[in-house]
Ligand binder design. Structure first.
Ligand code: UD1
Length: 417
């Protein structure tokens, strides 16, 4: 196991290059299954979730190779339809593979997916969507077995705008016979990116980014070269780092429009932010409480920035209520923040926070990806020495997190325990 040792309390100054979005790259890797031709993903981050997904592609018979930041995928010889249980359990996104594997091989087998333990996270909408497209699904002994003669376009209404279910259905529907309409679809920027990628492969997807996505199935998809969108959650994490520590940052390869809800909140608490082209500048000094932050689907405040925002609210002047509307148990970082001197009470889906002047260094444990990032920011802003373990969660989503933080003045290093 590895941990960070952090000596906190220094302001952050400098530039940070934002990686491509984890949540965009993962479904693109699933989409690569849809063609026998070559796929090249530029600026592909080497985070653990991506490496796991690449491993799944290898198990399916794809040849994959990183050349610098470029990931090359060749599916000419792929013939396997089974995703090994060990890999499926490592990450929830393995479930995206169902849609594309079934579209290509007419059968798919996967163990129930794992991922961050932040709530129940069912996959019923994924499965009912695929059933609507003509897939027969058997769930037995922790495995999901899918088969179909052929995929048929269908009208699909999602009970809630699930990101993963929308993507999974898109991945199967692009090769279905006829038209598929997904209503109450998720509107996240990563869905728009997936549609852009699929259309570049020859698919016919319209309406992504809105609540209704229409897909005209095609019989064949071809190879593609693509640069995914930048990671709005990584950008948001660094903006919050700046708000917590003070100083001045410039984020490069960042898209302010995709995190407008966060930027709005940070401006409210008196950060100065302005954006130009693909850069975001932030200057932070005094912090007043954001009062109320409620997570909701895009374009609302992202649940993936809730933990980091909770850490920030701990050192804002005044009281804040944070409401987590998407996932049931996404407050695992709270007891750890309390160890650092935070004043937080959790009742159900709400955290009530009374701001303290500063957090104090402590030994804390990261229980999930974004909670781990939040604790790291808390430690970087805190007075004194902290340790943050276990880094395997943080490594799932942030490439070179500590290098980037060190580059802007944080005192942080990684050690093996
Ligand atoms: C994706 C993101 C994750 C983010 C989340 C919400 C990826 C790889 N992950 O996760 O980082 O936190 O969106 O923005 O893109 N639900 C059901 N049934 C289903 C599917 C979902 O009830 O079949 C519920 C979930 O329990 C949850 C809500 O829908 O309460 C949203 O989940 P969903 O949008 O599917 O999140 P993920 O795709 O898992």
């Amino acid at each position: 196991m590895e941990k960070y040792i952090i000596e906190g309390g220094r302001p952050l100054y400098g530039e940070v290059e934002i990686q491509s979005a984890k949540n965009a790259v993962l479904p693109l890797l699933a989409a690569a299954v849809l063609t026998e031709q070559k796929v090249v993903i530029h600026k592909c981050p080497r985070i653990a979730d991506v490496l796991n997904m690449v491993q799944i592609l290898c198990e399916l018979g794809f040849r994959t190779r990183f050349e610098g930041e470029e990931l090359k995928i060749d599916g000419a010889d792929a013939a396997n339809h089974e995703i090994p249980a060990a890999l499926a359990k490592e990450m929830r996104s393995s479930v995206f593979m169902l849609g594309s594997v079934i579209a290509r091989f007419k059968k798919a087998r996967i163990a129930y997916p794992g991922g961050c333990d932040i709530g129940l996270r069912p996959i019923d909408l994924h499965l009912s969507g695929l059933r609507r497209l003509g897939v027969t699904i058997d769930e037995d002994g922790g495995y999901i077995d899918c088969a179909c003669e052929k995929l048929r376009g269908a009208e699909i209404l999602l009970d809630c705008p699930s990101v993963g279910a929308t993507e999974n259905i898109m991945l199967a529907a692009v090769k279905a016979e006829g038209r598929t309409v997904i209503r109450n679809a998720a509107k996240e920027p990563e869905i728009v990116d997936l549609a852009g990628f699929l259309n570049k492969m020859g698919a016919k997807v319209r309406g992504a980014g809105g609540a209704v996505i229409t897909i005209e199935g095609v019989s064949k998809l071809h190879g593609v070269e693509y640069t995914p969108i930048s990671d709005r959650i990584e950008a948001g994490t660094f903006l919050i780092a700046s708000a917590m520590c003070g100083g001045e940052l410039e984020l490069k390869n960042a898209d302010a429009d995709n995190i407008a809800s966060l930027i709005h909140k940070l401006c409210e608490i008196s950060c100065k932010i302005y954006a130009e082209d693909d850069k975001i500048y932030i200057q932070s000094k005094r912090r007043i409480s954001p009062k109320l932050v409620e997570t909701s689907p895009y374009p609302g405040f992202p649940t993936d920035l809730q933990a980091q925002m909770t850490a920030l609210a701990c050192i804002c002047e005044g009281a804040t209520v944070i409401v987590e509307n998407l996932f049931e148990t996404r407050f695992k970082h709270v007891p750890e923040l309390i160890r650092m001197g935070a004043d937080i009470t959790v009742r159900g889906r709400s955290a009530f926070i009374r701001g303290v002047k500063t957090l104090k260094g402590a030994d804390v444990f990261a229980g999930d990806l974004r909670g781990g990032a939040a604790l790291t920011l808390a430690a970087v802003s805190a007075e004194g020495l902290s340790t943050v373990a276990d880094l395997s969660h943080i490594d799932r989503g942030y490439s070179g997190f500590e290098y980037k933080l060190r580059g802007i003045g944080a005192r942080i290093r990684r050690v093996r325990i």
